[in-house]
Design a binder for this molecule. Structure first.
Ligand code: F6P
Length: 287
């Protein structure tokens, strides 16, 4: 590739950013359930299927893109090229559609065919559909935050890092299903008067609070679900890559999520991300 060649990573990020306003607008009238399940056995919303089709069309037609994969479809789309491989969760937290709460779009851009380990990511990020639409994007070890308006994108902060003093925590899964050592860790975090609970039912909303205020988000291994709930390719790796680029840590309980070797496109992973000190303590607690 020469300096004047189009960069497929830039093109993928720009296409997702440009599509965000349309996705947000397209949620209107698509808040109902579709009569279908995604490959993880979850009921899909009409908007899940619609956003997946919109992103599949746009991203798989970009020069350099070799594959498009999504949480909402069992098979990978072969896009014909071989520079980058894109994994997307088109609408993270779509169960929040019914109550009109926060949701997101998550993406990971890998330089190896999928399923790939997080160490093969070259960029990742998320769109947050909050009171306004924002994007956080990690590339080359650095995180940038944007505000999105219509098709436009404005930088609001470069070289974003997690604040040093962690403030917020949010932990998914039913408490009776948590393992005892995880429960004991949560009690410690909760008992610190400097910490506040934030849990909104959409990972992107909760992780974006961690990026903004510092803290920890986890959807841990559960007694009835040893790999937790969240998907490695579409959620775990992209989030871990961004939080690590922002100076934090990720863990599956023992190692960085970026080191987890995938066995299947729809693998799940116990996910813990946040300030380094809190993830170090978590790993010690789970030993
Ligand atoms: O599918 C993923 C997801 O919607 C995440 O965005 C969120 O963190 C989690 O599921 C919420 O799960 P629960 O309803 O068990 O809290």
């Amino acid at each position: 590739m020469t300096a004047s060649d189009p960069d497929p990573v830039d093109d993928v990020v720009a296409t997702i950013a440009r599509s965000a306003a349309e996705i947000r607008q397209g949620l209107v009238g698509r808040r109902g359930k579709a009569d279908e399940e995604n490959p993880s056995g979850e009921t899909q919303a009409e908007a899940d299927i619609w956003a997946d089709e919109l992103l599949a069309d746009r991203l798989s037609s970009i020069d350099g893109v070799g594959q498009y994969a999504s949480e909402e479809r069992s098979e990978i789309i072969d896009a014909g090229d071989d520079q980058v491989y894109v994994a997307v969760d088109p609408l993270d937290g779509s169960s929040n559609l019914k109550s009109n709460n926060t949701m997101g779009t998550v993406f990971g851009i890998y330089d190896e065919p999928l399923p790939a380990p997080g160490s093969a990511l070259v960029a990742s990020g998320w769109i947050l559909y909050g009171p306004i639409t924002t994007m956080a994007c990690a590339r080359d070890g650095s995180v940038t935050k944007y505000e999105l308006t219509g098709g436009g994108r404005t930088v609001v902060e470069e070289d974003v890092t997690l604040p040093d003093d962690p403030l917020v925590y949010g932990f998914g899964g039913r408490v009776p299903h948590w393992h005892d050592d995880f429960r004991a860790y949560v009690r410690e975090i909760e008992s610190d008067p400097g910490h506040k609970l934030r849990y909104g039912g959409a990972m992107i909303g909760d992780v974006n609070q961690v990026l903004t205020y510092g803290g920890i988000f986890a959807y841990p291994a559960l007694e009835d679900s040893p790999r937790g709930k969240l998907r490695l390719q579409f959620e775990g790796n992209p989030i871990a890559y961004l939080i690590e680029a922002a100076g934090g840590r990720s863990s599956d309980g023992t190692q960085s999520i970026l080191e987890v070797e995938p066995t299947d496109l729809h693998d799940r992973v116990p996910l813990h991300v946040g300030n380094t000190e809190l993830i170090d303590r978590l790993e010690a607690a789970l030993e």
